[in-house]
Design a protein around this ligand. Structure first.
Ligand SMILES: Cc1cc2nc3c(=O)[nH]c(=O)nc-3n(C[C@H](O)[C@H](O)[C@H](O)COP(=O)(O)O)c2cc1C
Length: 218
C-alpha cells in the first residue's frame, strides 16, 4: 500500500485521543441518558479474550451506594496523602502539580456525588492470568473514556472501590466469581479539555532491541 493509500486517522479521533485526560471536576448539570448510553455502547464494542465479553458495566445512581462511595473516596484520600507524603494543598499554589493535586483532593471529597458513576466488573475466565483478565476489561474502560471525551464529557478512572468492595458487592449483588476493575466518575467538565502530557514516543517505543529507540528517521 503506498503512502497515499494509507487511510488517515480522522482528525476528530486524533483530537479525542490526545485530549482525553482524567477530568475530576464536574459541573452540576446532569448527563442525559442518551449521552451515557453512547459511552456504554462504545465500551461494549471493546475487544476481549476469545470475544468472551466477560463484563458488566454498572451505572450507580442509588443514594445509599453513592454515600458508601463517598466514604470510601475520602478514606482513599487519607491513605494516599499519607502514603505519598503529599504536600499540603494550598489555594495559592498554581503550578500544574498543585492544580492536579487540588483537583484530586476535591474529587475524592465529592466522591459519590459525581454526576455519574460507572463500575466496571470482569468475570475472570478459567486458567487466565490477572494480566489477561485486566486485558478483557480495560479496553472497554478506554472505549468508554474516548466516547465520553468525544461527546464533551469528562471522566476519571478510580480505585476507590478498594475501600468499599464488600458493601458494593452485597448491595449490587456482584457474584463471588466476578472482580471489580474500576469505578469511573463521569460528568461535564468544569474547565476545558487539555492535551495529555506524556513521555515522547521515542522513549516508549523501540525497534528490535530494548534500548534502540523508534525513530521516524530512515
Ligand atoms: C489503573 C489506573 C488507576 C487509576 N486510579 C486513579 C484514582 O484512584 N484516582 C484518580 O483520580 N485517578 C486515577 N487514575 C487516573 C490517572 O491518575 C491518570 O490517568 C494519569 O495520572 C494520567 O493523567 P491524565 O489522564 O490526566 O493525562 C488511574 C488510572 C489508571 C490507569
Amino acid at each position: 500500500m503506498s503512502r497515499e493509500q494509507v487511510p488517515q486517522v480522522s482528525d476528530d479521533l486524533w483530537t479525542v485521543m490526545s485530549t482525553a485526560t482524567a477530568v475530576r471536576r464536574y459541573r452540576g448539570d446532569p448527563v442525559p441518558d442518551d449521552v451515557l448510553d453512547k459511552c456504554l455502547r462504545a465500551a461494549s464494542w471493546a475487544p476481549s479474550g476469545g470475544n468472551g465479553q466477560p463484563w458488566r458495566f454498572i451505572v450507580i445512581r442509588n443514594k445509599k451506594l453513592r454515600d458508601v462511595i463517598t466514604t470510601a473516596s475520602r478514606q482513599t484520600w487519607e491513605v494516599m496523602k499519607d502514603f505519598y507524603r503529599l504536600p499540603t494543598v494550598t489555594d495559592g499554589d498554581d503550578d500544574p502539580k498543585s492544580r492536579v493535586l487540588r483537583a484530586m483532593a476535591e474529587h475524592m471529597h465529592v466522591g459519590g456525588g459525581a454526576p455519574e458513576l460507572v463500575l466496571f466488573c470482569v468475570q475472570p475466565q478459567r486458567g487466565t492470568s490477572e494480566m489477561q483478565q485486566a486485558g478483557s476489561i480495560f479496553p472497554a474502560v478506554q472505549n468508554f473514556l474516548l466516547a465520553a471525551r468525544a461527546q464533551g464529557l469528562g471522566a476519571a478512572i478510580t480505585l476507590w472501590h478498594g475501600h468499599c468492595e464488600p458493601e458494593l458487592r452485597a448491595s449490587i449483588g456482584i457474584p463471588d466469581d466476578w472482580k471489580i476493575a474500576t469505578l469511573l466518575t463521569v460528568g461535564w467538565p468544569k474547565g476545558r479539555h487539555k492535551p495529555v502530557r506524556r513521555k515522547p514516543v521515542h522513549e516508549a517505543a523501540v525497534v528490535d532491541m530494548w534500548d534502540q529507540p523508534w525513530s521516524t528517521q530512515p
